[in-house]
Design a protein. Sequence first.
Length: 146
Amino acid sequence: MRILPFLKNSTFYFLVIFAGTFLQVYWAMGFLSDNTSSHCLECSFFEDIFLYSILTGILLSLIFSFISKINNRFLKIAAELFFTTATWFFWNYEIFVDRESSWSTYLLTEELFVTLYCSLFPILTMSVVVIFIINYRLILKRNETS
């Protein structure tokens, strides 16, 4: 019966990460929602975000399930923050390249700078919120023992 807690945690992780990814990407890259995608001229911005959110939810929920076995809570939270921010930055970069820079003449450094500039606050804010929600039980347990 060890599979039931795993599925319960993975589903919880998926839902929180899915919602956080969708909100973060829309917050950071929403200004590109009217731009045409270079890889699919008929794909909407929301379809892209929805698919990215599903992929991120699945990927990070699996990674977080393995990370949850780490006993050191600071290392656990740091790893979760790293994977979350890296994945979200990658998606924001992908959307920027797909909807803005592929139609123009951006250098790689300019693409990275603009993506970082537009994404820094949304990524930091939403990653803290998502990691807090995921680790809320761990934080409560720590406060009860101290």
